[in-house]
Each structure stands twice: as C-alpha cells, then as structure tokens.
Design a protein around this ligand. Structure first.
Ligand code: SIN
Length: 311
C-alpha cells in the first residue's frame, strides 16, 4: 500500500494536548505513532506542535521506518553531515548516543547539544523541526539523567523592549559549523583539564566540512508556519554579528543568548524510554545535559526536517 493510501484508510485518533511550560512544552496523548495517521489527525497534531513549540508522545514503540514515515509528513528529511553516525540503512536517522561498540568506538553522536543551539542553524535552509526518539535513557538511583532543556526564542523576542527589537531588525549574524567544531574542541580540552567526563570529539574530513559552509541570516526571523517573530542567534553556531567590532558582537550574542534562556522561557524534558519528542527549531533553542556516563546508556534516534531559508 502506498503512504497516501495508508493515510486514507487510517482511523482518526483522538488527541489531547496537556500544556506543561508557560510558553512551550506539551504532552500529546492518545496518539499511536506506529499507526498511519489520517490527514485530519495529522493536521490537528501539527497545529498543536507549532502552537506549543516542543511536544512529546509517551510510550511509543516505533521502528526506524515508522519514525522516518511520520516525520517525513512535515517535509524533506535531512541527512546529517556526520555520515559515520547515521543509522545503517536509514541515512535520515542520526544516532545520538554515548554507547560504544566492541572496538570502543562511539556508535552515535555523543556531543550533540553541548551548547544552546537550534539544529543545523548553519545551513542556508536550517532545520524546521527535529524528532528524537528515546530507546534507552540513563537512570541513577531512580533519577533520570540526560534531560534536555528548551527555551522559546519567540517568547524571548516578544519580551524585548521595542527599542531593542528595532535595533535587532537591521542586524544579521553568521552561523558557522567550523566555529562550532572549534568551540567543542576547546570545551573538551577544558573538561579534560578539570577531570570532568570527557565527551569524545570526532574529526570531520575536509570534504565533510566543505559541505557545510557558513551562512548569514537575520537575527530576527519570521516563523515560516506561524508568522511569529523570534530570535535566530545561538551560542553554539553564531560566530559573529555582521558589521560589529568583535567585542561588541560577542557582547550582543552573550546578552541575547542569556535573555533567551531565562527561566520563564524554559521547558526541561525528563525522558522516558519510548518518548518521541519534537521541537520547533524555528522557535526554540535546546541544550543537552551530559550528567551521566557509561555504564549508564543513552540511545536516541533523531530525524530532522529541512526548513525554508531564514526570512
Ligand atoms: C540534540 O541536540 O539534537 C540532542 C539533544 C539531546 O540529546 O538531549
């Protein structure tokens, strides 16, 4: 059966949306993502997603095919530049994990989300949304570790004084994957120096790096679906604000990033195995917490939907 025929014959699922954060974050109940969703159910789900910016579905049992089929309904899926960490047979799935194979090599990206960022913001057409499916989560003494933090860039923009909004409207910033790699290496060295858990660093080939050139984008972006304005700048990928002296650029980036992650704009997700969580990269920043280590295992599958060029 084709995907379109499966959707037509699918039954309508009743969904309930339970809002969790003040500005973002909701649990969607009543949905089984292993079943094809009919167009009406999918439209309600998509609306709830864009309204809440971060949503999750508990107790899902889905195969890689089902994750790919579900997220593909939102648009074209990306294939991450870190080829070595794509799931075999599923180039659209990036493994995010601290698990190592028999040779002691990481099976997935271990350092994803060390800094606040939105996914693939360094691309000319950055990611619209990401979906992370939790297969294994680290738990110690009954406490779930490896939580993910989110912050709403739209609520943060709305809360800015009018004069700041006017000033930012004229500014652009450069998002750079090279800058991000260098920042990760420096963070790793600093972790080693203080004897903290060290997240493995993976060198990219010159070809891989060349496939992700820097890109310049407005700091204030308009959401391609909701039309809301939000701040498109982050500490991981923004190398500089265009046209400002270095010190001023660094200060503005630090000021805006600190503003976005204020507690009132935040939602923290405590994972359960079986969660499928989606976030809107055009409306939130996120950050992982590396507060666990082997033998505690964390294993996730991520799909990422391409968005339009930032406007
Ligand atoms: C990511 O940044 O895509 C991963 C976030 C996480 O693993 O918590």
């Amino acid at each position: 059966m084709t995907a379109a025929a499966a959707r037509k014959s699918a039954r309508t699922q009743d969904l309930t949306v339970v809002r969790l954060g003040r500005h973002l974050g909701a649990e969607i109940r009543g949905i089984d993502l292993s079943q094809p969703l009919d167009d009406d159910t999918f439209a309600r789900l998509a609306r709830a997603f864009f309204e809440n910016e971060v949503v999750f579905f508990r107790n899902q049992r889905i195969t890689p095919e089902q994750q790919v089929a579900f997220t593909r309904r939102f648009g074209v899926l990306e294939q991450h530049v870190r080829k070595e960490h794509r799931l075999e047979g599923y180039p659209e799935i990036l493994i995010v994990s601290n698990v190592v194979n028999e040779q002691g090599k990481a099976i997935g990206v271990e350092d994803a989300g060390r800094f606040w960022h939105s996914d693939l913001s360094y691309k000319r057409e950055p990611s619209l949304l990401s979906a992370l499916y939790a297969l294994e989560v680290p738990v110690k003494d009954g406490v779930v570790l490896g939580q993910t933090d989110f912050a709403s860039t739209t609520a943060a923009y709305d809360a800015l004084p009018e004069s700041t909004k006017q000033r930012l409207q004229k500014l652009t910033n450069v998002h750079s994957y090279r800058y991000y790699r260098a920042k990760n290496v420096a963070a790793q060295k600093e972790e080693q120096a203080r004897g903290a858990r060290t997240v493995q660093e993976h060198n990219l080939t010159p070809e891989q790096l060349a496939s992700v050139p820097d890109s310049e984008a407005p700091i204030v972006r308009t959401h391609p679906v909701t039309g809301r304005k939000g701040l498109f700048i982050n500490e991981a990928h923004t190398s500089h604000v265009v046209g400002l002296p270095r010190a001023e650029s660094d200060a503005l980036r630090a000021e805006l990033c600190a503003h976005i992650i204020k507690p009132e704009f935040r939602y923290e997700h405590r994972w359960q195995a079986g969660d499928l969580l989606m976030w809107d990269n055009a409306a939130v920043l996120h950050k992982a917490n590396f507060n666990y280590d082997l033998p505690l295992r964390r294993l996730m599958h991520r799909t990422t939907v391409r968005g339009p060029a930032v406007a």
